[in-house]
Structure formats: structure tokens, C-alpha cells
Design a protein around this ligand. Structure first.
Ligand code: AHR
Length: 319
């Protein structure tokens, strides 16, 4: 009986989720209210993502309750609880770190509020606590960065790594992917690795410390995002070295600042991580509220860019 019910539900494109037709959003023909808990404003990428979500809400006539967590998980949990108390129709969450979400997501589920994850994944024992995750493949991004660095350095490099925010999905996965990518090259070694928290100023500070400790023994920088790479470039130049030549610099995001640095010959390569997630996020919100079954992960397609194409493409970049 249960099997027949589940099959019927699938065929009709319905879900057994607590939201959907007949749920809170369908109760009235009112304006949709959506809460968006954003990580913060640590990078140009993040600012572009915020803009994309806000613009899409406006375009669709959705009332958006926006909360900037300033990179703090407790602020995000508090924001989610405030959204639940307000009785929003749905929540979009860009989670700062992977763990610690179960209690608040259970509260959202009990209140029949669907939660759509954007950009970063989480670890939960019950994946019915969220509708879907819309994100890039961060492990693959790390692999692509390693692949290109191997090409550029003839697979011989002493590398310093600027990691993202500790405990965040992109920091964990980009480290993993890069590690896998260089594992097949015995002469590529990470000689120092530290978090720069996805921030330009912190990236510079950590790079200064790396340069002090390892000096001319650094052949390459792998930064988990463009902002930290740009900070590292500043540190390299202040140390009297040529970024992009004396030290190869590879990063992830593909923001405009990275293109400028590539045009100037200071950044060698960037792997794109598309932040324009607003349209997909609201498609998922509206799909969930209409009772549709969505895949648990919607992977965003990214590209890779080298210095060789930067000049030609820079004007067309949207973020
Ligand atoms: O989660 C995506 C990452 O977070 C971006 O690469 C980085 O720039 C941001 O802060």
C-alpha cells in the first residue's frame, strides 16, 4: 500500500514533504515571504550572490527577509529561528559551516517551512531536513586548480595553500580535490597551509607569514578563493617578488578582480564558482511550495579561465 502511495506521489511529481499544496504557502493567494540567511560579506563572490538573490526576489515579487550572519553560525541559527517565528513561507540558507544544523532545521520542518540550501552543503543524518542544495562541485574545483598548476609548473612545485573558512564545505572540499589532484605528482608538495577565511586582508596577512617562513622556497600559491589570492599577490609584491612569474598563483571563483589580476599578469588561473544562484534558488522554493520533488543536489556548471583568455572575457563578466 505504502509502495503504491509512494509511486503515485512520484508519478504525480508530488512529495511527501510537510510543505507543498495544501501547506502554508498555498493557504492564501498572498505575496510569498522568504527568509534568506546569508553567510556574510567576506568576498566579492559573496556580494554577487547576495545581489543575485535580492534581484531575483524583486523580479518575482517575493518579499525577502534578509539576514547577514557576519560569518557566524549562531547568528544564522538565530536568523532561522526568527524566520520561523515570523512564519515565512520558505527559507534560503547559505550555511557558513557544514555541521550543527539539525536542531534548527528540525524546528523549520516542524513548522512546515521548506529550506533550500544555496552554495554550501551541510552534514545531517536526515536529508529530508532540506529540500535541495544548489551548489558547485567544490571537490572538482580543487582538482581543476591542481591540474592546471601541474601543467604550469611541469608538476614540480612547493606550494603554499590559503584555505577558506574552517569547517565550511568549500574549504574542506577544495582542499580534498586539490590534494587528490597533486597526489599523482610526487614533486608537487604543500609546504604550508593556513586559513585566510576567504578574506583579502587575511589572505595577505597569512601570505606575509608564509613568505617570512619559506621565502624563495615558495613556487606556487593555491588560494581557495580569488580574494585571498589578491591579498597574497599584494604580499608577494611587497616582498619584492613578481606574482604570476616568480610565484605561480591559482585560485577559485572567477570574480572580476581575478580577471583584472590575470590581465595584469599577476594571477595565473582561476576556476569559476558561479555565485548567480538567485534564479535557481527561487525556482526551488516555488517548486517545493508547489509540492514538486526536487533532486537533493543541483550542481552548478562552472568554467576555468587562464590568463590567455582574461583580456578577451573581462568586459563580459557579470560579477
Ligand atoms: O562558498 C563559496 C565561497 O565562499 C566562495 O568561493 C568564496 O569567495 C566565498 O566567500
Amino acid at each position: 500500500m505504502l509502495v503504491i502511495l509512494a509511486a503515485t506521489v512520484l508519478i504525480l511529481g508530488l512529495s511527501l514533504a510537510p510543505w507543498g499544496p495544501g501547506g502554508r504557502a498555498a493557504a492564501a493567494d498572498k505575496k510569498l515571504v522568504v527568509g534568506f540567511s546569508q553567510v556574510g560579506a567576506e568576498s566579492a563572490w559573496r556580494t554577487a550572490e547576495t545581489k543575485s538573490v535580492k534581484a531575483e526576489a524583486k523580479k518575482r515579487g517575493v518579499e525577502l527577509k534578509f539576514s547577514d550572519a557576519r560569518n557566524n553560525q549562531q547568528n544564522q541559527i538565530n536568523a532561522l529561528r526568527a524566520f520561523i517565528t515570523m512564519g515565512v513561507d520558505a527559507i534560503i540558507l547559505a550555511p557558513v559551516v557544514e555541521t550543527g544544523w539539525e536542531p534548527v532545521l528540525k524546528e523549520a520542518k516542524r513548522a512546515k517551512i521548506p529550506v533550500v540550501l544555496v552554495d554550501r552543503g551541510i552534514k545531517v543524518s536526515d536529508d529530508s531536513l532540506y529540500v535541495t542544495l544548489i551548489a558547485s562541485d567544490f571537490v572538482e574545483e580543487g582538482r581543476m586548480a591542481a591540474k592546471w598548476m601541474a601543467k604550469k609548473t611541469a608538476a614540480k612545485a612547493r606550494i603554499v595553500e590559503l584555505q577558506g573558512t574552517p569547517g565550511s564545505a568549500p574549504a574542506i572540499d577544495r582542499k580534498k580535490g586539490f590534494g587528490e589532484g597533486i597526489a599523482k605528482h610526487p614533486d608537487m608538495k604543500i609546504i604550508a597551509s593556513q586559513s585566510g577565511d576567504f578574506r583579502r586582508a587575511k589572505g595577505k596577512e597569512v601570505m606575509e607569514a608564509f613568505l617570512k617562513a619559506h621565502g624563495k622556497n615558495i613556487d606556487a600559491v593555491y588560494a581557495h578563493n580569488d580574494d585571498m589570492a589578491i591579498g597574497a599577490i599584494q604580499a608577494i609584491e611587497e616582498a619584492g617578488l613578481k606574482a604570476g612569474a616568480d610565484i605561480v598563483v591559482v585560485s577559485i571563483d572567477g570574480v572580476k578582480g581575478a580577471f583584472e589580476a590575470m590581465v595584469a599578469g599577476k594571477l595565473n588561473f582561476t576556476v569559476e564558482c558561479n555565485p548567480l544562484l538567485g534564479p535557481a534558488a527561487f525556482d526551488a522554493v516555488q517548486g517545493a511550495l508547489a509540492g514538486k520533488t526536487l533532486p537533493k543536489k543541483i550542481v552548478v556548471e562552472d568554467q576555468v579561465f587562464c590568463q590567455c583568455v582574461a583580456k578577451e572575457l573581462i568586459d563580459g563578466r557579470q560579477y
